[in-house]
Write a protein that binds this ligand. Structure first.
Ligand SMILES: [Zn+2]
Length: 53
């Protein structure tokens, strides 16, 4: 039987931002949403800048 859970609280460390989270799946979901929102905002900003004379 493998011991998957390491000693300590039932929280995992996020491989992306190294934050301790009790729900890594939800945290990763939050990451993808955040990145998507930022990417969309940056894209709109670039589009706005290029179209501004
Ligand atoms: Zn994270």
């Amino acid at each position: 039987m493998e011991n998957t859970a390491e000693s300590g609280p039932a929280s995992s460390e996020c491989p992306d931002c190294h934050a301790l989270t009790a729900n890594l799946e939800a945290h990763k979901h939050w990451h993808s949403r955040l990145v998507h929102d930022i990417a969309t905002a940056v894209d709109k900003d670039i589009d706005r800048r290029t179209h501004t004379s």
